[in-house]
Design a protein around this ligand. Structure first.
Ligand code: NAP
Length: 560
């Protein structure tokens, strides 16, 4: 028997969190061969992006289906066009990007046809879903016995009618779109499993998955209001189908409505950097392949002076991440004792080379080399670390340029997890040129729109009060486990930038700790980045992203 899991409309990051947490056990318990999931609301509640799709695929989804919101993110259309695991509605006008149906292989090798359709009643105009289904089934004939249809439609009548229309010709017709699960699951007389609406996966303390206060204000005032995904009372909705692969007839359909509670003792949501970093690298891989196809080999020079032990680990991680996406790495290692003039000379040669697109100087430099002078020798257009004064100045002035990898990675991570930023307060502990200062600039920049306080070693006792007022608290101070729970506003998001070896005898942590006392802070914060596996992978991913950007800018003649 073939077991297919269908997961109902995933709403934003809270929905993705639920899928990530529950899917492995669901797959095991039901011996699932194929997971199909409606993903058209997976990015912030509207549309699908490469990041949100990558997160769902990484969690174990095999195929994503769409609906009327699938194109809500204009910036993602190119991605959606080329994603082979996505099925968008089939009854859209000819020339619409992407595929309306696909035949995929389940884990046991069975060919399964996946068809996505849009309803026409109370929806924007689409072609006739009934006749579109007929013609797709004709095209699928002889290629697969098992077919699953996701009908994304507003009215029960239209979905029920489609169920009868296709009974005996497909294995399942599952409705999506209303986000309200119906309790009418059954196998129709000729062997088609049917569920009028599978519901949604996300926060149920909401109005169909979105923040209920904002939704209410919209109804009460009629004024436009930005809706964000809700995160209270998280649930996974969907259905498990058992299908005979020889005939394509469904044997059973079991409706799922699973509540998800955070495991006790881990109050804070864990904002892992691994998943968004993988998505950044995946995008870079595509762009590097295009550059290579055009005869350009993206190349990054990694320059170091001396054998600083932690630097060796960072250099290895950066080299591996670049190699994984197809960026050529040129390691230039100068012996400890090299003076500033020698380092500058080396950097000037790399700067003049047309074959080198990015230069990264690994800090700290062994004495007597002076890092400031060496950094200034990197041409700004190759400064993928964004430490050159020209790039630092451009960031401060709100102009395009290279943004340092750790702050850029932190912002990307916050956006990936859809942490509310605009109009909220942030406190950044630390004012270094590498992390604190550029991050504070980014968070307060137009488009991110946070109100930011920056703290440092001379801030005095009032800094703790500023931290306790922050919706977002970033710790980048270089002091192990220094930020304790009494620094954190209940429910705040905490980003831990620090990396330190754990003290001997600490069996409760892996080898590393951060600037945050994670055990205590996790009981108060709403969300927390782990150490390791939080900011670190994002920093490395941004080295890759900045290098790709450097090549593309140089190819198009942009100076910085
Ligand atoms: P840094 O250059 O040493 O700067 C530390 C900053 O923290 C300084 O601005 C300092 O203030 C401030 N500070 C120190 N003690 C403080 C206190 N008690 N209260 C408030 N502020 C205090 O360090 P960094 O390069 O920014 O790095 C910070 C941490 O992040 C380190 O642990 C580093 O290893 C880690 N890091 C991690 C990544 C990653 O990818 N995960 C990347 C970069 C850095 P003053 O300016 O007054 O001295």
């Amino acid at each position: 028997m073939l077991n297919i899991l269908f997961i109902a409309d995933v709403i934003g990051a809270p929905g993705r969190d639920v899928v990530r947490a529950l899917l492995p056990e669901l797959k095991r318990r039901h011996a699932i061969d194929l997971v199909v999931c409606n993903g058209e609301n997976a990015a912030g509640g509207f549309g699908l992006t490469r990041d949100s799709a990558s997160g769902l695929f990484a969690a174990g989804i095999d195929v994503l289906t769409g609906g009327n919101h699938i194109w809500d993110r204009k910036e993602s259309i190119d991605y959606l066009r080329g994603e082979a695991r996505l099925v968008r509605p089939a009854n859209l006008p000819p020339g619409t990007p992407g595929a309306g149906w696909r035949i995929v292989r389940a884990g046991d090798g069975t060919a399964v046809g996946i068809l996505n359709l849009l309803g026409r009643v109370f929806m924007k105009e689409a072609d006739d879903p009934f006749r579109a289904a007929d013609s797709v089934l004709e095209a699928m004939r002889g290629k697969c016995k098992v077919v699953l249809v996701d009908i994304h439609a507003e009215t029960t009548a239209e979905k029920i009618a489609l169920g009868w229309h296709l009974d005996g010709r497909v294995s399942a017709v599952i409705g999506t779109h209303t986000h309200v699960q119906t309790a009418d699951e059954r196998v129709l007389p000729n062997g088609t499993a049917f569920l009028c609406d599978a519901g949604m996966t996300g926060g149920f303390e909401s109005v169909i998955g979105m923040d209920r206060d904002a939704a209410l204000r919209r109804f009460l005032t009629g004024m436009p209001e930005r809706l964000t995904p809700a995160s209270g009372d998280l649930r996974l909705n969907g259905a498990v189908l058992r299908v005979d692969p020889a005939t394509g007839r469904a044997q059973s359909i079991e409706r799922l409505q699973i509540r998800f509670a955070m495991p006790s003792g881990e109050g804070a949501r864990r904002l892992s950097g691994e998943e968004p970093a993988a998505a950044v690298r995946a995008e870079a891989r595509v762009r590097v392949a295009e550059l290579r196809a055009g005869g350009v080999v993206p190349t990054l020079a990694l320059v170091s002076v001396g054998e600083h032990p932690a630097s060796q680990i960072y250099l290895k991680r950066k080299s591996e991440a670049c190699a994984e996406v197809g960026i050529e790495v040129k390691r230039v290692t100068l012996a400890a004792g090299a003076d500033t003039a020698t380092v500058i000379e080396k950097i000037r040669i790399l700067g003049a080379s047309r074959d080198v697109h990015g230069i990264l100087l690994q800090l700290p430099l062994a004495p007597p080399a002076d890092a400031g002078a060496a950094l200034e020798a990197i041409p700004p257009e190759k400064d993928v670390d964004g430490f050159h004064p020209v790039n630092a100045g451009r960031l401060a002035a709100g102009l395009p340029g290279f943004v340092p990898c750790t702050p850029r990675g932190i912002l990307h991570l916050l956006r990936y997890y859809e942490v509310p930023l605009a109009g909220h307060r942030a406190t950044v502990l630390g004012r270094s040129a590498i992390v604190g200062r550029p991050l504070a600039t980014l968070l307060s920049s137009r488009g991110v729109d946070m109100t930011v306080t920056v703290g440092h070693s001379a801030s005095g006792p009032s800094l703790r009060d500023a931290a306790r007022e922050a919706d977002l608290l970033v710790a980048a101070i270089g002091r192990p486990e220094w930020v304790t729970a009494d620094w954190v506003k209940p429910g705040a998001t905490v980003v831990d930038v620090g990396i330190h070896p754990a003290a001997p005898g600490r069996e409760d942590v892996k080898k590393l700790v951060g600037d945050v006392d994670a055990r205590g802070v996790a009981q108060v914060a709403g969300a927390l980045t782990p150490v390791p596996g939080g900011v670190g992978p994002m920093t490395v991913a941004m080295v890759v992203a900045n290098t790709v950007a450097a090549v593309e800018r140089q190819m198009s003649g942009v100076r910085v």
